[in-house]
Design a protein around this ligand. Structure first.
Ligand code: ADP
Ligand code: MG
Length: 319
């Protein structure tokens, strides 16, 4: 006999994670109750992953569980928030027990790493779709917004860009990846690392931040638009992995600029921030300065040799 909705909740969610001290009431009542620490702002984010759109239908339940939480953590990282509580709504096909087993295994890796509590959610029957809401906190008034970039600020990105796009292209047989890079690159697609520690360290330093989910070009544009500024950027400074550099240079650059799913942070620091501070941040996650904020709207791309570069694509868009 397939497990009932309540059996599934008891078996997979109720004791999946330990409730932290701020959880007055977790799973089991009509709603969850948490105490927010005094002097803190509550930061909320929600993301939906739909099979065939946000992940290829062949993705393992473990990877889906990991990624579903990672993408939400990445949004809190971009705000400078500390993650705390999860609510989750799942729409699942018939007989979901074995799928849930795998999903919760991947999900729990990150949840335990950040001592998160799963405090409630909903279950429905239908085509596979996962919605996670993550609740975080930060000292009142210290959130990092997209709108704070100022002319003269330096623009940084964490990690490397385009690796998830490289993996997706390999899945679609648009190119192949050298076997020595396979594992690393598929991990970048299926198990992105949310830059939580970097986000926390950016509080009080960064004037703006965003996580790169739709490609650098599209996401940096959100910062520039929200901040009423433009940017001068050097495509030669973009951090590309050795794996991505296996492709022709122009194609690699295009992928780094326009493919989504990187979950790196893009942020701005005032030029006055000391080199030693930047070094401290780079010790958390490698950083690259890719350009500077400019008072005139738009992005100008200028190569190290002075020549102008014109990117051709745009980022991922659903509509
Ligand atoms: P109600 O009918 O009152 O909305 P449900 O029967 O849907 O309550 O859920 C019972 C309990 O199980 C609630 O506390 C709810 O938050 C929790 N729950 C249901 N689905 C999930 C899920 N996917 N993840 C975590 N908790 C869940
Ligand atoms: Mg319900």
């Amino acid at each position: 006999m397939p497990l009932s909705e309540f059996d599934l909740i008891d078996r997979f969610f109720k004791n999946a994670l330990r409730d932290g001290p701020e959880v007055r009431c977790g799973i089991g009542d009509d709603a969850a109750v948490v105490t927010t620490p005094p002097g803190m702002d509550l930061v909320l984010t929600m993301d939906t992953l739909v099979a065939g759109i946000h992940f290829p239908a062949t993705t393992s339940p473990e990877d889906i569980g990991y990624k579903a939480l990672a993408v939400n953590l990445s949004d809190l990282a971009a705000m400078g928030a500390e993650p705390r509580w999860i609510t989750m709504s799942l729409t699942l096909p018939q007989d979901p027990a074995s799928w849930l087993e795998g999903f919760m295994a991947g999900f729990s890796i990150l949840a335990e790493q950040y001592s998160l509590s799963l405090i409630g959610g909903d279950l429905a029957h239908g085509p596979l779709s996962i919605t996670i809401q993550l609740h975080g906190v930060l000292p009142a008034g210290t959130a990092i917004y997209r709108s704070g970039a100022r002319p003269g600020d330096r623009i940084y990105v964490s990690g490397t860009l385009g690796d998830a796009g490289l993996a997706l292209g390999a899945l679609d047989k648009r190119w192949s990846i050298d076997s020595k890079y396979q594992e690393e690159i598929f991990n970048r697609l299926n198990r992105p690392t949310p830059r939580i520690e970097l986000g926390l360290a950016l509080r009080g330093l960064a004037t703006s931040a965003i996580d790169i989910s739709d490609g650098l070009q599209a996401d940096l544009d959100h910062i520039l638009t929200a901040s009423n500024t433009g940017a001068i950027l050097n495509p030669d400074q973009l951090p590309l992995s050795d794996a991505l550099r296996q492709l022709p240079a122009d194609q690699a650059l295009e992928i780094a600029l326009t493919s989504g799913d990187d979950y790196e942070l893009c942020f701005t620091l005032p030029a006055a921030v000391q080199e030693i501070e930047v070094k401290r941040l780079s010790a958390i996650t490698p950083l690259h300065c890719i350009g500077a904020v400019f008072r005139e709207a738009g992005m100008q791309w200028q190569r190290s040799d002075g020549s102008i570069f014109t990117p051709s694509g745009t980022g991922f868009r659903h509509f």
